[in-house]
Ligand binder design. Sequence first.
Ligand code: HEM
Length: 194
Amino acid sequence: METRSYPAVYRIVHWAIAVSFLLLLLTIFLRLTWMNKHNVAAIIQDQLANTDQHVSEDQAIALAKKIRQPMWDWHIYMGYALVGLFAFRFMLPAFGRMKFQNPLGKSLSATAKFRKWTYLVFYAMVVVSLATGLLIEWGPKEWKEPLEEVHVLGIYYLVAFIAIHLAGVFWAEFTDQKGIVSRIVSGSAARSEP
Ligand code: HEM
């Protein structure tokens, strides 16, 4: 089993992408739960009803969206950050750094092939999410609805990738790749490496 070492550029790009995705996921989580426009609108209506005031559901939802907006702005900021980070990551192989992992190698084990395919499929999906996100912000208005239908599906592959990735990394750590987690953090190479 190969023991990879991770140069500084790999680690910086990896953790910048990982943290940006986790923050992005947090904004989606908040939008679906505590800051859900229907929940917040119901709170507004209940609170006003206590003092005999009334707003329509549409007005309450409009207020809820305004309250949610500063939180949701971070979704957009993280989206732009990821566009920059992935553009950088995709340029690195041209400079001989962070080469794409090739899942077609004949000598690869089934696990290694699966791992490499997972990264490639993840990258393809990320490109779709980032492109649809950019087009929702900057594209023609009439494209917005169909683009959003595709864009929101991103949550499924993202959560699935993170679960498979973490399970794979920790499985490797506790079986035949001891030290892989500290190598992706500190970069220290295994003693057997050149
Ligand atoms: C505790 C959290 C995490 C740990 C310990 C970790 C660890 C690792 C390690 C050891 C590798 C190299 C695997 C190999 O040699 O094949 C790797 C690669 C990768 N990780 Fe993570 N990771 C974490 C979180 C994340 C998150 C949250 C994301 C993004 C959602 C992510 C995305 C990636 C990607 C895309 C690669 C492949 C990079 C490439 O070679 O192109 N990781 N990670």
